[in-house]
Design a protein around this ligand. Structure first.
Ligand code: FES
Length: 300
């Protein structure tokens, strides 16, 4: 049992961190040593066999092994072969250990490995030409995450063109999902008197509304506030707003995988971002509290 627990802790450590791996390895090693010691103790503590009296052999050729006074009795017809109790206990212990190990290991392995396979099929989402995003303005951009599911999969991203960085386009693309409990955050700032632009791109209708001067974002549910880089400035959210990755292809902006952010230092194209795998609302991505949220199912 101790060995199985050690292996389970070691496997958990693969997800949680190397310190836990070391603790699990230590537990497994200690109990493996105790197990081997116990299993081999009858052999180690057994009395050395008594030296038999020298046998005076009768003269003449030796009799066959199954004949004579010293021969083993021949097994009778249909005699049952019996297994000692220790063999049963050994098999039961190994079987039980295997079952417990499987129960503990399969969920951990599933959570650790499945995202690598299930997160492959999300296509990049085209949200418009680069010219549709004026520099240094947030554009409220909505799109369908999965056209097959229809409007229920409509998402909102706040897209700001930061201009060029080292000759390449730079964008800040914030998710509208509040990282407290998931309400949609709204732009704080002056509205702009411009028409919403709609464009069919593939199977999805993309809508874009330019904003005048977004100074930040606010959540209508519990008053969470964020600055223009998505950093939390007030209220109950636990980290900065999640962001979309992006690519520029043939002069068009493509949104890619979302990721979580603990904090952003600097602004616009110069910003330094501490990125993490996408986590759910309310979940810490760094600090000691992050240990409470080791695994997050795939999604975005
Ligand atoms: S859901 Fe946004 S502050 Fe609570």
């Amino acid at each position: 049992m101790g060995f199985a627990v050690g292996i389970a802790v070691l496997l958990l450590g693969v997800v949680l961190g190397w310190l836990i791996v070391a603790v699990g390895a230590a537990i497994a090693a200690i109990f493996a040593f105790l197990w081997i010691r116990e299993v081999t103790s009858p052999v180690r503590t057994a009395e050395p066999p008594a030296v038999p009296e020298p046998v005076t052999r009768p003269a003449g050729p030796a009799p066959p092994a199954h004949k004579g006074r010293e021969a083993m009795p021949e097994p009778g017809e249909g005699e049952i072969i019996r297994f000692p109790r220790s063999r049963f206990l050994e098999g039961a212990t190994l079987g039980l250990g295997g079952v417990i190990g499987g129960i503990v290991t399969l969920p951990v392995a599933g959570f650790a490995l499945l995202p690598a396979f299930t997160d492959q099929g999300v296509d990049d989402i085209d949200v418009g030409a680069l010219d549709d995003f004026a520099e240094n303005r947030f554009v409220i951009t909505t799109f369908l995450l999965d056209p097959e599911q229809g409007e229920v999969s409509r998402r909102t991203a706040y897209v700001r063109n930061n201009g060029l960085l080292d000759g390449k386009p730079s964008f800040t693309i914030l998710s509208s999902r509040c990282v407290h409990l998931g309400c949609p955050v709204q732009v704080n700032g002056l509205p702009i008197d411009e028409e919403e632009k709609k464009e069919m791109i593939g199977k999805t209708e993309v809508r874009r509304i330019p904003t005048a001067a977004a100074v930040g974002f606010g959540c209508p549910c519990h008053g969470g506030q964020y600055d223009a880089e998505g950093n939390r400035t007030a209220g109950p959210p636990v980290r900065a707003l999640d962001r979309y990755g992006f690519k520029v292809k043939n002069g068009r902006l493509l949104l890619s995988k979302t990721y979580s952010v603990s904090k952003v230092e600097g602004k616009g194209s110069e910003a330094k971002i501490k990125k993490y795998e996408l986590m759910g609302p309310g979940q810490h991505v760094d600090g000691p509290e992050a240990l409470l949220y080791p695994i997050e199912p795939p999604g975005r």
